[in-house]
Ligand binder design. Structure first.
Ligand code: ZN
Ligand code: ZN
Length: 383
């Protein structure tokens, strides 16, 4: 990838005017975490994701407030290794590596940083990324978050075990010995750090399928960590919510270099009711038969940070070749109103009776088992 020198002022948004009597604070760059990352080969995909995470306020708050301290984590893992009679180098921990990246970016040093230990940890965590080939930044983000969640579930990150009460009748020592730091705590819920980290990106999607014959509705809630949006579907004239002042401008869809499609149009298409006919018919438990149905996706609970992926590759109708859609998408930098894509808004607008199952708690994403349903990345099993 050719690097170009870009005038940073062009990319920085103009700050709002100061109120009367206001004082402009001049913060040193070191306090803002502004530090360049060296390209270690073809690792621009990795550097851009790291820079985004370093400047993502909830993630920065998490690591800058020592929610995963690399020194403590390493000490505990070393202790656990020693308790089990092992030795040798510790397996890299992506939580520790992220902690180190934050420490380096906010250290006051502005010399470019080479995240070589980070990339090694990433290779150990996700074999697919081992080597210096180019990769998709979004796939990298997904794998990195899975690796961080996995790190948060290590015994070293779990809360300390509750104190063991002194036995009334002292028994064998093995029954009263408190578990060591590295001891397995199977079945214990993930620690607070894991919950905090996953709650940043975890939302809940609602999928409602309605039988066209008897009207029976079935609702499913599932965790998601990002939403994949299709391009070229936003021009549907029947898309609900397509009108109105907040629907966003530029609704015209362009699939290949035409008029720019808006992000709002993609989101409208995502939450538009779709018909499931013929081969896509669904099993209706009320009719006890396969029936034509309609399906609608909506966002039951928004995450603090919403990751959206634009699906720029599509499969041609004939053959299995894919082509890339290079059309522009208008992405609002401010005033994106996500409320109109939520279950609450759509249900109220369509006047549907609601029967809402209890949303699952945010899950700490695992490294595997990722499945997709119409663009949702989920880690929880179907309800
Ligand atoms: Zn760690
Ligand atoms: Zn039915």
């Amino acid at each position: 990838m050719a690097l170009e020198r870009v005038d940073v002022d062009v990319l920085m948004p103009t700050p709002p005017p100061l109120p009367e009597g206001g004082v402009q604070l001049k913060l040193p760059l070191s306090l803002l975490g502004l530090r360049g990352l060296n390209n270690l080969g073809q690792t621009c995909f990795m550097n851009c994701i790291l820079q985004i995470l370093v400047h993502c306020p909830p993630v920065a708050r998490f690591f800058l407030s020592d929610r995963h301290n690399r020194h403590v984590c390493q000490m505990r893992r070393r202790q656990a290794q020693s308790d089990s009679g092992g030795d040798g180098p510790l397996k890299p921990c992506l939580g520790c590596e992220m902690d180190a990246i934050f420490a380096a970016c906010f250290s006051g040093t502005q010399a470019p940083l080479s995240p070589h230990t980070f990339i090694h940890a990433m290779w150990c965590s996700s074999e697919h990324f081992a080597g210096y080939e180019q990769h998709d930044a979004h796939e990298f983000l997904v794998a990195l978050l899975a690796g961080i969640y996995s790190a948060m579930r290590q015994p070293s990150c779990l809360p300390p075990p509750p104190p063991v009460p002194a036995p009334l009748h002292p028994g064998p020592a093995s029954l009263t010995r408190p578990p060591s730091l590295g001891e397995s705590r199977g079945g214990q819920p993930a620690g607070k750090a894991c919950e905090e980290m996953s709650s940043i990106f975890a939302g809940v999607l609602r999928s409602e399928v309605r039988c066209e014959v008897c009207g029976h509705r079935s609702t499913k809630l599932e965790d998601f960590f990002d939403i994949s949006l299709e391009l070229g579907r936003g021009s549907s004239p029947t898309a609900p919510g397509a009108s109105g002042p907040a629907a966003g401008g530029g609704g015209a869809a362009g699939t290949s270099g035409g008029a720019a499609e808006s992000l709002e149009a993609c989101l409208r298409a995502f939450t538009t009711e779709e018909q499931l006919l013929s081969e896509e018919r669904c099993w209706c438990s009320s009719c006890a038969a396969l029936q034509d149905a309609s399906k609608q996706m909506s966002i039951e609970r928004l995450p603090n940070v919403l990751c959206l992926q634009l699906k720029r590759f599509r499969q041609e109708s004939r053959g299995k070749q894919t082509s890339k859609m290079d059309s522009f998408v208008q992405f609002p930098l401010a005033s994106l109103n996500m409320y109109r894509y939520t279950s609450a808004f759509l249900t109220a607008r369509d006047g549907k009776g609601r029967k809402t199952p209890t949303p699952p708690p945010p899950a700490c994403g695992g490294g595997g088992g990722v499945a997709r349903e119409r663009g949702a990345r989920r880690t929880a099993p179907p309800l």
